[in-house]
Design a protein around this ligand. Sequence first.
Ligand code: SF4
Ligand code: SF4
Length: 344
Amino acid sequence: MYKEKENSWFKGGYNFFDTYPIRFCNIVEKIFSDDMPEIFEFHASVQKIQHVIVNLCPTEPWILPNWVILEHKTAAFLDKLKEIRVRYFPDATIHIGINKNENEHIVETIDYAVSVEWMKVYKLDAKYPQDDPVILAKVILGVDISFNKDTISQGVVILDAQTVSAVYDNCILGNQVNSRFIALSGTGLKENEIINVQLGTSIEKMFKGRFKEGIKYRVFVNGPLRGNEITDLSQRIDWSINNIVALDAMDRNIMFPMFKSNELALTTNILGELRRCIYCNFCDDICPVDLEPALYYHSYGRGEKHKARLYNLGKCIECGLCSFICPSKLELLKIIKECKALDK
Ligand code: SF4
Ligand code: SF4
């Protein structure tokens, strides 16, 4: 079955592919861990799974692209899914969400789906943060799940292409999986590359010789929007890391910092002086779950963090779009996380 899903229910969002297109060199090399590599493990759920969503519509350009895993062999990938379903999710419907611009994958997947009753295909707009679990579950299944809650308890599993491939290699073929592909990109690097790296390798080793010389850089694991900035590069690669972005820190004054360049600079102009909220409402307009981030900022500024929680703060999916869009470079997501932490 095939469906085209529009983002009609979620307002806001942002198409980063239009603004910050990233080209990866077609270089894939293996970097080995200095220690015994860690091993990928998959634990089958004891919970009955009714829906498996396979996300083939990444919405951040720095995420590992589909072509790395699918390699123009979409039908072979779907065959792997079929075997995984038989083994682990026999009662589940498999929902495949594909970027509507990836015609080759769409045509092959639709061809495949017409001959099986357990697969549904959705053509999606690659608008960030549609691939967030909360939004993906809403767009594809129409169900509400809570941010940061395990979807398995609701009978839903969400997989990306690389995890499907690893489950197949490890659990169906019985091969040991101890490496994964990581997308490296950003203005702090000489080139944007796809690297095949053993689990357990340090980030420092992976980046050796890859930073541009003579600049300061900031490193974000799993992207500058919803990932984490790290300063300790001895951190090791594990299966949860899909991509690493290294940005020029821009630790110098630049003229007109309010104008976005077409380079991926985002919020890294740390010498751009913090300014006041100018009540532009950009943050309200872009929020995909219909919150009013400026309200949190003003509560916080008045020393009333607890009041921020009155404005549906728990619905925030921590996508970082409000911080990204704010022309005053206010660190809204940081403030939101601080307010949320009061619950802990
Ligand atoms: S971080 Fe939260 S408040 Fe900000 S845009 Fe995303 S969901 Fe909305
Ligand atoms: S985007 Fe920034 S400046 Fe504009 S209303 Fe929101 S917090 Fe204020």
